[in-house]
Design a protein around this ligand. Structure first.
Ligand code: GLN
Length: 494
């Protein structure tokens, strides 16, 4: 069987009976076996379940009852998305033995569309981190260079896709966890508009920021996956029906490309930021601006205020929400239970269960969030952060009245070396400078690969648009990638 690099092509070959669903699944399982000892991208893979799913989907295709364009295509799912009968750990000792009795809505939609869930991918514990090193199951490595991290928190999904084990993955993004690992692994990934993809069954980190979204090599494959998972859901009251672009955004007046190019008529604001970025990142920004112009767009510099304040506001809001969301993991309702013989009373039971079940970073964040919400400190910290959030939203609303889309880095650097980030948590938090605003505002943001640095590690840039411009962002990504195909891991001499 040929090595299909794109989900769309594999889906077509399966529909045309050139490849069986079982063959596609077996090839993916073999690719996992080959690279897993080094990469550690997966927490759970159950080959028997995979082949059972594959045969069931093949029957549906043979009977003509499943005509989804991605039927039979294997997919990786981040291990904080609930999957019925398949262990879902959140990368934590707390949930190391937890098998959900139900599917997240996105998992149900994958199954209805005939995608084959290959297994669950590694992540920072409870999606808290930027490198996939806080996982209780150990770190994942970057397929472009295994001495470096893949990014996080959806690092397992990114590594599995970049290594060619799968063509598609789902991640979740609370402050950058789809976009940053996509950038560091040379992939395309969308943080959708808040509310366009159901969060039912996503184990919550910070509910007002969390979004599930697609990760793939190309924007075209991301679009195909987005179409499957997006849409309203009666089980998530924040999952919205398709809405028109907001009345006051500039993009609403865009009439589509013309003879000057597919992006003609679009004005792209190129973020002009004083904070230092790696030379390869500024070079990528300049190259992307030139490419956007070649496709017909007008590019102008754009200043955004409050970038310095967005990160602290994000970490106050995210940890405050996390401290509440993670209260359910008490060893009684859910989670790791200390040995009865080892506990004195109920307070000791909670203390031992939670301090052993959660890792260091998660404990740090629960403490920080509990502090920010506590009486006497609430006004000074949490309420202030909410005010900054409003101002960040107002800043972006204003910017998107002047320009149609915003081009910015995803991260100031390419992937750091394994072991270089955890010792200084504040520096790690600062590295989320360019990603957290999309979560604070709910805006959609697309990470796209744009070349490599001197070590051959990928650089990613981000396009942010107004609410509900997700499909347009993906289409812009497709035009960019039609002009310059994405370089794949292993094809650029690394
Ligand atoms: N790095 C950010 C954090 O640690 C983002 C994580 C995420 O998006 N899940 O909170």
């Amino acid at each position: 069987m040929p090595d299909f690099k794109h989900a769309a092509a594999l889906g077509k070959a399966i529909a045309a009976r050139q490849v069986s669903v079982r063959e596609a699944a077996e090839q993916a399982l073999k690719a996992i076996d080959r690279r897993e000892p080094q990469l550690k991208a997966w927490i759970t893979v159950d080959p028997e379940q995979v082949l059972r799913q594959a045969d069931a989907v093949q029957r549906q295709i043979d009977q003509g009852i499943n005509r989804s364009p991605l039927a039979g295509v294997p997919i990786a799912v981040k291990d904080n998305i609930s999957t019925r009968g398949l262990r879902t750990t959140c990368g934590s000792r707390m949930l190391a033995d937890y098998t959900p009795p139900f599917d997240a809505t996105v998992a149900t939609r994958l199954r209805q569309a005939g995608l084959v869930i290959l297994g669950k991918t590694n992540l920072d514990e409870f999606a808290m981190g930027s490198t996939t090193e806080t996982s209780w199951f150990g770190p994942t490595r970057n397929p472009w260079n295994p001495g470096h991290v893949p990014g996080g928190s959806s690092g397992g999904s990114a590594a599995a896709t970049a290594a060619g084990q799968v063509t598609l993955a789902l991640g979740s993004d609370t402050g950058g966890s789809i976009r940053q690992p996509c950038a560091w692994c040379g992939l395309t990934g969308l943080k959708p508009t808040y509310g366009t993809v159901s969060r039912y069954g996503l184990i919550a980190y910070a509910s007002s920021l969390d979004q599930i979204g697609p990760m793939a090599v190309t924007a075209g494959d991301c679009r195909a996956l987005y179409e499957i998972v997006a849409g309203p859901d009666s089980r998530d009251s924040t999952a919205l029906p398709d809405s028109p672009l907001p009345a006051d955004c500039k993009l609403r007046a865009w009439a589509g490309g013309d003879a000057r190019g597919p992006l003609a008529g679009l004005v792209v604001g190129c973020l002009d930021d004083a904070a230092p970025v790696q030379p390869a990142v500024s070079a990528a920004m300049a190259a992307a601006a030139r490419q956007l112009e070649a496709l017909g767009a007008a590019v102008e510099p754009l200043k955004l205020t409050l970038l310095d304040e967005a990160v602290p506001a994000y970490y106050l809001i995210a940890t405050a929400e996390a401290s509440s969301n993670l209260a359910r993991f008490d060893g009684i309702r859910y989670g790791y239970r200390p040995d009865d013989a080892d506990v004195a009373d109920v307070a000791d039971y909670y203390a031992k269960g939670r301090s052993r079940g959660f890792g260091r970073e998660v404990r740090r964040r629960i403490l920080l969030g509990t502090f920010a919400l506590s009486a006497g400190y609430y006004d000074a910290w949490y309420l202030q952060a909410l005010k900054v959030r409003r101002l960040v939203c107002a800043g972006y609303d204003g910017a998107l009245r002047r320009v149609d889309l915003i081009l910015s880095p995803v991260s100031a650097t390419t992937a750091p070396k394994l072991g270089a980030s955890l010792a200084d948590p504040l520096a790690m938090y600062q590295s989320d400078r360019y990603t957290v605003a999309a979560n604070l505002t709910g805006l959609p943001a697309l990470a796209l690969p744009f070349g490599q640095d001197g070590l051959g590690l990928p650089v990613g840039l981000q396009l942010t648009g107004p609410s509900f411009s997700d499909r347009l962002l993906l289409a812009a990504g497709e035009h960019i990638q039609a002009a310059q195909p994405v370089a794949r891991c292993g094809e650029v001499g690394v």
